[in-house]
Design a protein around this ligand. Structure first.
Ligand code: G3I
Ligand code: 9MR
Length: 560
């Protein structure tokens, strides 16, 4: 009880579910004997065990010890104590330990809404005035067409801000919405009950779907009604100042060039939305399906319209310097769109495209969306008798094999999570790599019920929430040591408030493209909680979607 706090004890700062693995990692060059778990409320030691030295060292060469208290399953609030060394941050054990976090990870999307006030009733401390009505968006010369010449004003309101910036990008919106719709499709019973306290709540539609519809409304307006092509993004020419509130960020916004990537991602999302919303708003569902088919037709006619921002700037004014999301390989976008359209329509034309696809596993990211489509095929397998059993079984074997290899990776390094086994995991947005690995493991668990896959997914949640090389719980507002200065305009412009809660920051990224002042270059330590750092400390909707999937699915699985 009299021990001082020690940051050398790394653990999930939110907590652990009652059954299953509960492990903390202690960094210590000195030999460690035992540890204990202290019940903060009862003021009593409730568990004692030996620390076990790990064979591996951290990437920066520190000695590490495994503190395993899996046998403790009683609900409560605890701290870990190591005699002579210190105590951990507090954490909980309980059946609903991730319930609030699961909700907050989705409520975060509400805070990202463009074109609307966030009133106190729903935003609490983070109430704010609306910004970006987006009713007078200008057609950029790169997007000019006969019916919409350069300078034409188009209305494309609502949607979510992409990230720390205020722009809206179709490609990144695509994977975000696809991930969230799949989360709903995988665990509908859980979402029938979950409440997010958002304005349109309570009319029989699950809140997660209500929130997603806010973004679908905007996405529909990104399609040119004349030809079905989809504009790549809605953006200011340059990023707005970092300290501007939405209402103060008033530079002209543009619709920029149509692209095949945006159009295919749009087709995928709209096709998935068509089947998901059918039961709740049949008219919207019909509109989504039509939009998807129209987009697909445009893509067939324009299969190679890439978004290349430098070339665009050579040809048109004003120059555009905001997020590019410029993907130069669209094989995976075709597969994703074809898969979602096939699941929703059963039209064999789409199956022909799928048939030609390579079935190798690829971890999803904004520029690699193939397995969003394959997860959907697997999820809907029973309603797709047209697919040959052998093809389907190869797909599932590839999924399980990939999951197995991530699961094995967890034994190879100090943090005992699938995340971090490979240095290549540490890219811009590495925390979303962890989340997407977790999603894969959960998909594998759904396929064959092997407990190791579920434990692997949970280990990545442990990693994200504090059992890692920096000791941060990487989600704003959840945990004891958590980002206070995210690269998030909504937060930077309101220094009087704590950062908005429920946001996953990008995480360790040794490329350090922002040139900020990092304390370490070691891949898993290369993170700085400074608003300067867009390469390690920004927030983004695609990352939050993957995280929301992970934490909601883990909580949902516990409640099944
Ligand atoms: O594709 C190459 C790969 O071949 C190479 O091996 C690897 C080595 O690092 O780099 C890969 O390219 C990276 C690319 O992402 C794809 O992963 C680039 O280095 C990296 O700089 C790039 O980062 C992207 C970043 O924008 C800069 O363009 C992030 O993924 C992306 O999440 C981020 O998105 C931004 C938006 O542009 C603007 N809004 C905020 C958002 C989040 O930061
Ligand atoms: O705020 C921008 C962030 O959303 C992007 O991810 C990042 C990389 O494209 O760029 C940030 O904007 C910075 C710009 O690139 C360079 N000048 C400083 C800007 C931050 O205020």
């Amino acid at each position: 009880d009299s021990l001082e706090l020690s940051e050398a004890i790394r653990l999930n700062q939110v907590g652990y579910l009652p059954e299953g693995a509960k492990v903390a990692i202690l960094l210590s060059e000195e030999s460690v004997d035992g540890f204990f778990v202290w019940d903060v409320v009862e003021k009593a030691v409730v568990f004692e065990a030996k620390a076990k030295e790990l064979e591996m060292e951290t990437l920066s060469g520190q000695r590490a010890w495994r503190l395993d208290f899996s046998a403790l399953s009683e609900s409560g609030t605890y701290e870990i104590g190591v005699p002579g060394l210190g105590k951990s941050y507090p954490f909980e054990i309980g059946e609903n330990v991730f319930g609030n976090l699961a909700g907050a990870s989705l409520k975060a999307f509400y805070f990202q809404r463009a074109s609307v006030d966030i009133p106190r009733e729903f935003g609490g401390t983070w109430a704010r005035s609306m910004g970006h009505p987006d009713t007078l968006v200008r057609i950029h010369p790169s997007a000019a067409s006969a019916t919409r010449p350069s300078g034409t004003l188009v209305s494309a309101p609502r949607g979510w801000y992409d990230a720390g910036d205020y722009n809206k990008y179709v490609v990144n919106s695509g994977i975000t919405v696809g991930t969230l719709l799949s989360l709903y499709e995988a665990y509908p019973a859980f979402f029938a009950k979950q409440r997010l306290n958002i304005p349109e709540s309570g009319d029989g539609v699950p809140d997660i779907l209500v929130e997603i519809a806010w973004n679908l409304y905007w996405m529909l307006a990104m399609q040119d009604p004349m030809d079905g092509g989809v504009y790549h993004k809605l953006t200011t020419a340059r990023f707005e100042g970092l300290d501007l509130e939405p209402r103060e960020a008033v530079n002209q916004r543009y619709l920029v060039q149509k692209s095949t990537a945006a159009t295919l991602d749009f087709a995928a999302v709209m096709a998935q939305a068509a089947r998901v919303y059918k039961a709740f708003s049949p008219e919207d569902a019909i509109g989504y399906q039509k939009a998807a088919e129209k987009a697909w037709s445009w893509a067939l006619e324009h299969p190679e319209v890439y978004y290349r921002q430098n070339e665009l700037n050579d040809a048109f004014d004003p120059d555009i310097s905001t997020g590019a999301y410029g993907d130069q390989n669209l094989d995976d976008e075709w597969v994703w769109a074809a898969a979602e359209l096939f699941v929703s329509s059963h039209n064999l034309n789409y199956w022909e495209v799928l048939q030609r696809a390579e079935l190798d596993y690829r971890l999803p990211s904004w520029n690699q969306v193939k397995w969003l489509g394959f997860y959907s095929l697997i999820r809907h397998e029973k309603s797709l008798p047209q697919i040959p059993a052998e093809w389907m079984s190869t797909l599932k074997i590839n999924l399980v094999t990939a999951a197995k290899s991530y699961q094995n990776g967890a034994q190879s390094h100090v943090w005992l999570s699938p995340m971090g086994a490979e240095p290549k995991d540490f890219i811009w947005g590495s925390n979303a790599v962890a989340a997407n690995q977790g999603i894969l493991l959960l998909e594998a668990y759904r396929l064959n019920g092997e407990d190791g896959f579920l434990q692997g997914a949970r280990a990545n949640l442990d990693y994200i929430l504090g059992r890692n090389a920096t000791g941060y719980s990487y989600v704003t507002g959840f945990g004891s040591k958590t980002p206070l200065h995210p690269h998030h305009r909504l937060a930077v412009s309101r220094q009087d408030l704590p950062p908005l809660p429920g946001f996953l920051v990008g995480g360790p990224n040794p490329s350090q493209q922002d040139g900020c002042d990092y304390a370490s270059k070691v891949p898993d330590e290369s993170y700085v909680d400074d608003a300067c750092s867009y390469a390690s400390n920004e927030i983004a909707i695609n990352w939050n979607a993957a995280f929301a999937y992970l934490v909601n699915a883990i909580q949902a699985t516990e409640e099944l």
